[in-house]
Write a new protein. Structure first.
Lengths: 103, 103
């Protein structure tokens, strides 16, 4: 598998972020060609009560690096990227790489 | 689903980290009770060539928060945690939260 992880910084208005992510951004990103999986993790305080370092972790996977690279070049992916300033002005990091499934 | 994400900082010796992770740590962590999934993402430079912010992203999932919490209390999970100083002295962040599957 090949994976894109998006780490979203804490937004000024979490409720507005969450609504836009669910209603607008996730449906846009889900149109990226060839997606094998796409999950959204809503980060919460850990067992010690500490604030998590990010607000949301999105994980998108493709079967191969080639299919991921093709998706990154697609108009659908670019449309999702163009939506980021509409809700993620606090910033986000995109991380790429191969993924092994252990379980 | 409920998810634990582990973000590993860049180690001093990436080859030693990777070998220990594959040969020792992943088999230990895979013994955590009730795991529904466990993937290991080997972060690489992005399309712009920039160094990724982390070395490895591990993603462990359980079907429910209760099963995750039970796993965190288990001797198997604690054994995996006790292994961290053996390879992850550069540090790691553990992030918890519920996960929605979009695709």
């Amino acid at each position: 598998m090949h994976q894109l992880t998006v780490l979203y910084n804490h937004p000024e208005d979490p409720a507005a972020f969450d609504k836009h992510y669910r209603d607008v951004h996730a449906p846009l990103a889900a149109k990226a060609p060839g997606l094998a999986g796409y999950t959204v993790n809503w980060c919460q305080p850990g067992p010690d009560g500490s604030k998590p370092p990010y607000h949301v972790i999105a994980t998108l996977t493709w079967d191969t690096e080639e299919s991921m690279k093709a998706a990154l070049r697609s108009p659908e992916f670019k449309a999702a990227g163009a939506d980021l300033p509409n809700f993620a002005s606090a910033g986000a990091q995109l991380i790429f790489g191969p993924t092994d499934r252990v379980v």
